[in-house]
Write a protein that binds this ligand. Sequence first.
Ligand code: SAM
Length: 218
Amino acid sequence: MAERTNAAGSRPVVPLEHLGSNPNPGVISHFRIKTLSHLQEDNLIMKLVVLRIGHRPVRDKRITTHVGLTARALGASGMLLAADDPKIKESIDDVTRAWGGDFFVETDVNWREAIKQWKEQGGMVVHLTMYGLNLPDVTSEMQNRDLMIIVGAEKVPPAIYDLADLNVAAGSQPHSEVAALALLLDHLQNGRELARTFEGERREIVPMRKGKRVIEMT
Ligand code: SAM
């Protein structure tokens, strides 16, 4: 496999065609980014990647899958999972195959290394926590930046609060990581992510006032 170096020139980066077969678990192989035309129109060109930490296999399986599906549906490029749970990747990849787009999931990621690399590449790191600054007050600080969005499960290591460039609350009340992520993605993109289309889909929904209609591509 041909290797090239990342922007920092220090670490091997695996070419995009090898997406999904990370030969070096624990290290991010790449960040695969799709530029969204609706974001270009608004001059909001951002790479959005979710870093899921604190995932407990079995207990958090469903909610982590929902974090990934929400990230995919609402305009993020991929999810880095700081845990070894390949089933999560399998189920999100199944959805992407059926419904289109090129959302990536990488498992067994070393979160410290991931944050370091993201910053080295000039990206901003945002940690979703109810203790942070309220989303409407800091949305403009994040727009037009490449964002790594950290989403915790039960307890987040204290170091995350310092490593993050910004700790952001979707309201100062405890609720859900899925809800917090959805609100952040929506505010960042001014709601335009809901109009996004996904390339290469096998199934497409025709929105109906009543009933269900799905086009199956042959
Ligand atoms: N004590 C946690 C906190 O710092 O927000 C709540 C834990 S909650 C079970 C798991 C995750 O949900 C948190 O790590 C955080 O990412 C997210 N979360 C929950 N409520 C949030 C809120 N109001 N704003 C932003 N993120 C929130």
